[in-house]
Write a protein that binds this ligand. Structure first.
Ligand code: SF4
Length: 337
């Protein structure tokens, strides 16, 4: 498919017209509805399908194994129980200090401003997170500010998911202004998959919002496969790097999608074309419903060894696992800390 239509449509319209019906998604891709059995539909009830049309446009027609499709299509295996796969694999509820606040790492502080995402990734480790009970309200700012001031070791705030770039620029700007007013905060990191699934989120207003800040602003995108990064998406990302924003990528190693060194090498090459630095390759967090994406540890090690031989060091993401309660992510198989 070509995505020329979506280059013309603003991001707000695209966000309001997500595909949420699994049958519609299969129809758009000219695929048989038979792959959706009643158990897959149950999975779709528990964690709804959400996917922007601009992302659907990057999928191959009539390919039931398309690596982008497999990341978003509800699957009957999500409903299987497995003792190692749990609803809060990273122990985030224990790190939840105030509404919307997670303080997991010494100098970094996560702020979740919305529970909404533009796309629902079936492997998401926060797919069971109780967002609605845990969002900061506008008048929670004094408490958040006081918490930051009481922890002078915190110098970086991470706006995380849900996806902060589903918020309007007005709301986002309000929080950025607040954080920018605290001298202690040197870096603002924005974690978002929106620039990959709705590249038009990077528009003139958003670029202007990030300009001339006292804070160093870093965008961390989430892309798992080179097919997600077409030329238009790369151009949009370059608009931000052209104004001095650093962009990194984190990917998740997913069985049947990117568990292959050549596929990961191609992803790194595409990221370079977009001026994006490959940052982390996460092994799957053991979240309930995602066990069918898990990759055997020996296979992970083999893939990573091969990846090291295929790419220059600067294009090799750090292979990491997040372990609940650890003070940092844990590097695996020769990845430097
Ligand atoms: S965009 Fe990020 S937070 Fe949202 S569902 Fe996907 S992985 Fe999870």
């Amino acid at each position: 498919m070509t995505n020329y239509l979506f280059q013309e449509q603003n991001w707000q319209t695209q966000l309001s017209q997500l595909v949420t019906d699994p049958y519609q998604l299969l129809e758009l891709l000219q695929l048989s509805p038979s792959s959706l059995n009643s158990t897959a539909l149950l999975a779709a009830q528990q964690f709804k399908l959400r996917v922007p049309r601009a992302f659907v446009e990057k999928m191959q027609i009539a390919n039931p194994l398309d690596p982008l499709l497999l990341q978003v299509l509800p699957h009957h295996l999500e409903m299987q129980e497995h003792p190692d796969f749990v609803s809060d694999p990273l122990g985030e509820e224990a790190a939840n200090q105030l509404p919307g606040v997670l303080h997991k790492y010494r100098s970094r502080f996560l702020l979740t401003l919305t529970g909404a995402c533009a796309v629902h990734c079936r492997y998401c480790f926060r797919r069971h997170f109780p967002y609605q009970e845990n969002l900061p309200k506008q008048d929670d700012w004094p408490d958040i500010r006081d918490y930051l001031l009481a922890h002078p070791e915190i110098n970086e705030v991470i706006l995380s998911g849900g996806d902060p770039l589903t918020l309007s620029d007005r709301k986002l700007g309000l929080w950025i202004d607040r954080l920018d007013s605290l001298k202690q905060i040197k870096v603002l990191r924005i974690h978002s998959r929106v620039p990959v699934v709705i590249p038009n989120r990077i528009d003139e207003h958003f670029c202007a919002l990030l300009k001339n800040r006292g804070l160093k602003i870093i965008l961390v995108i989430h892309s798992n496969h080179a097919a997600e990064l077409d030329d238009y998406t790369c151009q949009q990302l370059q608009r931000l790097t052209a104004q001095g924003i650093w962009i990194f990528n984190q990917a998740v190693l997913l069985k049947g999608i990117n568990d292959n060194a050549n596929i990961l090498a191609e992803l790194s090459q595409r990221l370079m074309a977009a001026n994006v630095i490959p940052y982390y390759l996460h092994v799957l967090d053991k979240v309930k419903g995602a066990q069918h994406f898990d990759t055997d540890p020996q296979h992970v090690e083999n893939i990573y060894s091969e990846l090291l031989s295929l790419l220059p060091g600067y294009l090799v993401p750090k292979l990491v696992r997040e372990i609940a309660g650890e003070p940092n992510k844990t590097p695996l198989y020769g990845a430097s800390p």
